[in-house]
Design a protein around this ligand. Structure first.
Ligand SMILES: Cc1cc2nc3c(=O)[nH]c(=O)nc-3n(C[C@H](O)[C@H](O)[C@H](O)COP(=O)(O)OP(=O)(O)OC[C@H]3O[C@@H](n4cnc5c(N)ncnc54)[C@H](O)[C@@H]3O)c2cc1C
Ligand code: FES
Length: 359
């Protein structure tokens, strides 16, 4: 009876979180997320949007339970959820002790800084993708595959865009981005209307940990729409560095009119040292057109691209729409690719969070 009363009236203890591999341990006051507390305690926890959209705060829950403010499943795949991954910016501890494991970031990544930029050129790549060149006030260094936050005066929150060029040794003065028009989107509608030509834009970067890992197994790269941008950056950089891995670039588009950067891809393929195959796959090309290439969903061709090497160091590098990436993770895991060998940036937007909050 005494112990029952003690339990009943014991002040509720404040949960503690341990973050591996930093070894940091701190309390999380009621109502705070794991990320909020980590940042308050100066733990260098990877993050960007803080609203459950970008996936930057993805970490593995090693011990304890958390409650999701917005469903992790809007950003993480089923395979990642099954493996215990959570989003720290949306996780509130439910147990007295929580242990999370953060993935190692990019070794020697340049620090993220804020640059003053001007949109100096836009070039139409397809009916809904522009190459946008931004001149920044000083050279911007990044690792191929990373992205930047762009923000104009009219936006409340920045928008993420992957660097489309290979990094230059001294930093890029005129980085370019490949930006797809999102119907109803505040930034891209203005961009496509031409009202941002010459506009000032704040550029924060580099951000993210999408990059080419060292390895000798095949690289299966999968791009959807403007998701080609960071893969071109990675592939051009890898070509310059004389990477000798077998590489397959699967490019998913709707019709022939949605294919772009073909000359650039041909140039990369021509200079590649380890066998390069480019496989464009069209999902909505009219039947009976002159298209002789692959048709269907790009994820249907992962098996052929792996060519039986799923368990021989194969890695997947993917960028594009969330639905394509989720399906690709499922297919690749079923084919025996290790979840840890699957690297991606999902091109999520404000509607991702809005859907999760509304659910
Ligand atoms: C790491 C990362 C890298 C990326 N890289 C690229 C890239 O290289 N190229 C690229 O094209 N894109 C990229 N994206 C996506 C990009 O950041 C933007 O999300 C996209 O361009 C949309 O911006 P926007 O301002 O036009 O649209 P937003 O204003 O963000 O709106 C997007 C959609 O959500 C809807 N919406 C907005 N607010 C709400 C709300 N409250 N409720 C319901 N619906 C809402 C809008 O109507 C619209 O349909 C990347 C995203 C991430 C996370
Ligand atoms: S910081 Fe958590 S999803 Fe963006």
């Amino acid at each position: 009876m005494v112990s029952f009363l003690k339990k009943l009236f014991k002040a509720k203890s404040v949960p503690t979180v341990e973050v591996q591999p930093f070894g940091a341990s701190f309390e999380v006051p009621a109502g705070q997320t794991v990320l909020e507390s980590a940042l308050e305690h100066s733990v260098p926890f990877p993050h960007n949007c803080t609203v459950g959209t970008c996936g930057a705060c993805k970490c593995r829950l090693v011990e304890g339970k958390v409650k999701a403010i917005t469903d992790f499943g809007y950003v993480l795949s089923q395979q990642e959820l099954d493996a215990g991954y959570i989003l720290a910016c949306q996780a509130v501890p439910q147990d007295e002790r929580i242990v999370v494991q953060v993935q190692a970031g990019i070794e020697d990544a340049p620090p993220s800084e804020r640059y003053l930029g001007t949109i100096i050129a836009t070039e139409s790549l397809t009916h809904d993708i522009l190459r946008v060149t931004v001149e920044v006030d000083r050279p911007l260094r990044f690792v191929a595959g990373q992205y930047a936050n762009l923000k104009t005066a009219a936006l409340t929150l920045p928008r993420c865009y992957s660097f489309a060029d290979a990094p230059e040794r001294e930093g890029n003065r005129r980085p370019s981005f490949m930006i797809r028009k999102v119907p109803g989107g505040a930034f891209t509608e203005a961009l496509f209307a031409g009202s941002l030509n010459g506009a000032a834009v704040s550029v924060e970067g580099p951000l993210g940990d999408f990059h080419l890992r060292t390895g000798s197994g095949p690289m299966i790269c999968i791009a959807g729409g403007s998701g080609l941008a960071p893969l071109l950056s990675i592939l051009e950089d890898a070509r310059k560095k004389r990477v000798t891995r077998r590489c397959v670039l699967l490019f998913g588009a709707r019709t022939q009119a949605d294919l772009y950067a073909l000359d650039q891809i041909r140039a990369i393929a021509g200079g590649w040292r380890g066998g390069f195959e480019f496989v464009p796959v069209l999902s909505n090309e009219p039947a009976g057109s002159d298209w002789e290439g692959r048709r269907g969903m790009v994820t249907e061709y992962i098996d052929a691209a792996l060519a039986g090497e799923a368990d021989r160091g194969a890695e997947l590098y993917m960028c594009g729409p969330p639905v394509m990436i989720d399906r690709a993770i499922e297919v690749a895991c079923n084919l025996g690719v290790d979840l840890e060998a699957i690297h991606y940036d999902k091109f999520t937007d404000m509607s991702t969070t809005a859907r999760a909050v509304a659910a």
